[in-house]
Design a protein around this ligand. Structure first.
Ligand code: NDP
Length: 341
């Protein structure tokens, strides 16, 4: 019997890292996942994976920690999933965002170049690299980059370094230019999860809801869920579908970047409607737009043309917004009931 392949997932505690770990375990990989060293032993997204994967500590700001993991495990595949991933926090922490989200991936590439140059590397690029580009309603792999916030600019730098490492060193490095993707494991910093958790709290009459990024209850004393610009448009898919594309990208003969999206657009109002409808409530009775939650710059309305991924990888999205919101609402209701909050 041949030895199983080894994959290192940098940032395994993330939404995507945890689903990717499950996918790779199913495919028979030995999975090594890195987490940041903190005092907490609890990582909700991967509690069920403890004992099935090897967990290492590594930080994208610490070259030595990345070198050690790559040198020790000699992986066939490395997935850099980690980043300071909250666009909203990038305005308040622009230097840290640059350190982690722009330079962090380069530290991963350097660790691979020096200690395991044959490993194939996946980098998590974001559609935010096209933040303010106008005249392009649909993104393909050749759409110009025009990031307009510190997070998108950091991702754009890392994205260009992917191509640089391919061309300069002949390494197998590729990037997924991913549109928004969500799941019950999405952090509460993001609007879809705020909506699903808000709906669950309202439906169950939760008295002490989780707090939002302003440090205020997600649902206020009048039962209102506070969100930002309700007319913002996004192309939303399901994280479980998107991690399959990541794996497929590393199985090709040649490394290449691919756009991954659903090629559909919906507003935040649409997401609210899908979620509230699911539990028999009218979203307009419960949602308010709070100007303090509106981004300083909004990204343009754009959808992801995934036709190259379909043609070359055989990838297609399976879950779209309505079903996605229903999955998330059901999960949050179950979570609140199980934790008897
Ligand atoms: P999450 O927000 O769920 O997780 C981010 C991960 O990065 C966490 O595991 C976090 O660790 C880790 N991390 C943060 N800072 C560091 C650091 N300094 N060193 C090491 N690890 C660090 O991400 P998602 O699963 O949503 O997204 C995965 C990747 O894809 C990210 O790079 C994101 O920017 C990108 N992306 C995501 C999209 C989406 O819609 N989800 C769209 C396009 C791109 P900890 O658990 O300790 O906080």
């Amino acid at each position: 019997m041949s030895k199983p392949k080894t994959a290192v997932i940098i940032g395994v505690s993330s939404q995507d890292g945890s689903y990717l770990a499950e996918l790779l375990l199913d495919k028979g990989y030995k999975v090594v996942g890195t987490i940041r060293r903190t005092t907490s032993m609890v990582h909700e997204n991967i509690e069920h994976l403890k004992g099935k994967i090897v967990i290492e500590a590594a930080d994208l700001t610490d070259q030595e920690s990345l070198n050690a993991v790559i040198e020790r495990h000699q992986p066939h595949e490395v997935y850099n999933i980690a980043s300071q991933s909250v666009p909203g926090d990038a305005w308040s922490h622009p230097f840290y965002t640059g350190e982690v989200t722009a330079l962090g991936p380069v530290r991963v590439f350097e660790a691979v170049r020096h200690f395991c140059p044959t490993a194939r590397v996946y980098q998590a690029t974001s559609r935010e690299i096209h933040g303010g580009v106008s005249g392009h309603e649909t993104a393909t792999e050749s759409t110009p980059m025009f990031a307009n916030n510190p997070y998108g600019i950091a991702k754009a730098y890392a994205h260009m370094m992917v191509d640089c490492y391919r061309k300069s060193y002949g390494m197998y490095v590729c990037a997924g230019i991913l549109f928004n993707h969500e799941s019950p494991r999405r952090s509460l910093h993001f609007v879809t999860r705020k909506i699903s958790m808000g709906v669950a709290c309202i439906k169950l009459g939760i008295k002490k809801p989780p707090i939002n990024e302003l440090g205020e209850p997600l649902v206020d004393a009048d039962g209102k869920l506070h969100l930002g610009d309700l007319n913002s448009m996004r192309d939303w898919g399901y994280a479980k579908d998107y991690v399959e594309a990541m794996w497929m990208m590393l199985q090709q003969d040649m490394p290449k970047d691919y756009v991954i999206g659903t090629q559909t657009r919906h507003s935040i109002k649409d997401a609210c409607k899908a979620a509230f409808d699911h539990v028999g409530l009218n979203w307009e009775d419960h949602v308010v737009s709070n100007h303090r939650l509106i981004r300083p710059t909004e990204i343009t309305d754009m959808i992801g043309d995934y036709s190259l991924a379909t043609k070359e990888l055989g990838w297609k999205p399976k879950v779209y917004l309505k079903e996605l919101m229903e999955i998330m609402v059901d999960s949050d209701i179950d979570w609140l009931k199980a934790h008897s909050v």
